[in-house]
Ligand binder design. Structure first.
Ligand SMILES: [Zn+2]
Length: 69
């Protein structure tokens, strides 16, 4: 239980320690080129840069995406 800090979230992408700006579903992150530090977390926090990458990568996977939701 290390999720005690609520003001500042750090990006959950492995090797990144920037401040997170968005949180997304970790399930969706799995389908992208990003790899998360903690795969068990309920939400994946992404910094600005990685959110951009995430959006780019999820666009490609639109078909797969619509299966679950
Ligand atoms: Zn990042």
């Amino acid at each position: 239980m290390a999720a005690t800090e609520e003001k500042k979230r750090i990006c959950d992408v492995a090797g990144c320690d920037k401040e997170a700006e968005r949180s997304v579903s970790p399930k969706k992150v799995v389908g992208t080129s990003l790899s998360m530090k903690n795969k068990d977390s309920k939400s994946a926090h992404l910094c600005k840069d990685h959110y951009k990458t995430f959006k780019k990568d999820t666009k490609k996977d639109r078909k797969l995406d619509s299966l679950g939701y």
